[in-house]
Design a protein around this ligand. Structure first.
Ligand code: MG
Ligand code: MG
Length: 273
């Protein structure tokens, strides 16, 4: 069932989405070579709770298989759902950080992929294209369009124009009182296909884009997804309000991007391009 929110509910949900963005901004400030991905998770959980939120992902899942952390942290060939752990970030890594916050009855959900130091130019290009593809999807999140219009816009740009692999097994989704609501929002598809979009739906639009093959594997931890060819993968996500004309992001990358530019450890040259 697809939930249509009231304007009041959307403003409440915007606060949850912006708390996710604030958390990812903290991450952008904190990142540097040598820190463990577990330390990023611990910092983020404290930040979320100090600000009156609850990490949406911690304890999420089915009875026998719940996600044990506040962030999904997926490094290099890890696509999504990575476990924070003792791995120490090193120069040349990319790190996808997915964050959800539950506050005042609504979830926000957003993800960002960061470059650590001197990352291969072809990987930086993957990051730029994947980020841009989110906005191409958001532009199609317009009242009267269909889900397939979002999917097509993302596919056409990432695969059609750039030849990247699009993860097919994992998709975007409605988001609101529940972290995952209908409809599913695939990152590939045809114009005019799928459910009709109505004003005041809220969708998590989240392309997961691989430098190489679209094929993926699941790790033995039951969660971490990696690319089958071990090439890098990028993930950007915005909680998005379906409106007349085009969608509006409830989450924001502005603070994250400013923190990224100011964090000397991340190699500011990346952000001049
Ligand atoms: Mg997410
Ligand atoms: Mg999501």
């Amino acid at each position: 069932m697809i939930h249509i929110k009231s304007k009041e509910e959307i403003e409440i949900q915007r606060k949850s989405a912006l708390m996710v963005s604030a958390t990812l901004t903290q991450v952008a400030t904190f990142l540097k070579p040598g820190i463990t991905t577990l330390s990023i998770d611990q910092m983020a959980e404290a930040f979320i709770r100090d600000n009156g939120g609850v990490p949406s992902f911690k304890g999420y899942g089915s009875k026998n298989n719940t996600f044990p952390f506040s962030l999904c942290i997926s490094v290099n060939e890890a696509v999504v759902h990575g476990f924070p752990n003792a791995y120490e970030l090193k120069d040349g890594d990319i790190i996808s950080v997915d964050c959800g916050v539950y506050m005042n009855g609504f979830h926000g959900d957003s993800a960002y992929t960061f470059a650590i130091g001197n990352v291969e130019p072809e990987t930086l290009q993957l990051l730029r294209v994947t980020k841009e593809s989110v906005y191409r999807g958001v532009a199609q999140a317009a009242e009267g369009n269909r889900v397939g219009d979002i999917s097509y816009a993302i596919e056409q740009y990432t695969h059609g124009q750039h030849g990247y692999g699009i993860v097919r097994e994992l998709v975007g989704h409605g988001v609101g009182k529940h972290l995952h609501e209908d409809p599913q929002v695939p990152n590939y598809g045809r114009r005019g296909d799928g459910k009709r979009l109505k004003a005041n739906m809220v969708l998590a639009i989240e392309p997961m884009i691989n430098l190489g093959t679209h094929n993926i594997n699941q790790a033995d931890d039951g969660w971490t997804i990696t690319t089958a060819d071990k090439k890098p993968s990028a993930h950007f996500e915005h909680t998005t309000w379906v409106r007349k004309g085009k969608g509006e992001t409830l989450s924001s990358f502005e603070g994250i991007e400013a923190a990224e530019r100011n964090n000397k450890e991340l190699n500011s040259e990346h952000y001049q391009q």
